[in-house]
Design a protein around this ligand. Structure first.
Ligand code: PGA
Length: 252
């Protein structure tokens, strides 16, 4: 399976001109890279600027609403994303859980709506702290988020292991170690196996997020056995992001 590298621009950059420029620079740098899926998830407001400047990279989304079109003020539904031919949509990012009160039940509805409608959700899970008492949080988050999911949908599921303490904007953050990411990947696969079965669980893709850069990516993909990365801060630096994509293309 080819590696999946997703640029999570969050609420950046500051203008549509800069979004177009950033997308064009990334595209130029990665246009000849093969064997990796590179996705740019910009704010909705910049969808067309990004889409108009990419070919090799794909457009992705940072969030979606679970209902079809209708009276849902401020929301962008799965149908809107489908119209833009978007494949990957980030769901349940810790910033949305924390700042906007997104609950497990809401995330579950989004995961189901995405999978039912042919989108590939990138479901974010991860511990808040490094404390051992947080150990059950990934299991709890996955059990709630995947409730009602059909096993034959798992081939379109991406789980992003994002320990909150490793996200670059968390105070005193530090990237996780590849060894811990490896353990987390096995743990996540076991939880999905217990919820479904081993064969179906094998189909889901597990990626890592949290202070990924061009220096540490190869270790997360190699030693950590991660199948890709969700990249925040480094995705706003085109050369840096392109380097991450290039390294992912070379990692078996
Ligand atoms: P970071 O963000 O790469 O800046 O740590 C990752 C994320 O929040 O998705």
């Amino acid at each position: 399976m080819s590696k999946l590298i997703i640029a999570n621009w969050k609420s950046n950059p500051d203008s549509s001109g800069n979004a177009a420029l950033l997308a064009a620079k990334i595209e130029k740098e990665i246009s000849s890279v093969r064997g990796v899926e590179a996705v740019i998830a910009p704010p909705y407001h910049f969808f067309s600027e990004v889409k108009n400047n990419i070919r090799k990279a794909q457009l992705g989304a940072q969030n979606m609403f679970w209902e079809n079109v209708g009276p849902f003020t401020g929301e962008i539904s799965w149908r809107h994303l489908r119209q833009l031919k978007i494949k990957y949509v980030i769901v349940g990012h810790s910033e949305r859980r924390r700042l906007l009160g997104e609950t497990g039940e809401m995330i579950n509805k989004k995961v189901i709506a995405a999978l039912e409608n042919g989108l590939h959700p990138v479901l974010c899970v991860g511990e808040q702290t490094r404390d051992a008492e947080d150990d059950s949080s990934v299991k709890d988050a996955l059990s709630v988020a995947l409730s009602g999911v059909k096993r034959n949908w798992l081939k379109n599921l991406v789980v992003a292991y994002e320990p909150v303490w490793a996200i670059s904007t968390t105070p005193d953050s530090k990237p996780d170690t590849p060894a811990n990411a490896f353990r987390a990947g096995i743990h996540i696969r076991k939880i999905i196996t217990s919820l479904f079965d081993a064969k179906s669980a094998q189909q889901a893709r597990i990626i890592y997020g949290g202070s990924v850069n061009s220096k540490n990516i190869w270790r997360f993909l190699g030693e950590g056995k991660m199948q890709g990365a969700l990249v925040g801060a480094s995705s706003l630096k085109p050369e840096e992001f392109a380097e991450i994509v290039a390294i992912a293309a070379k990692t078996k």
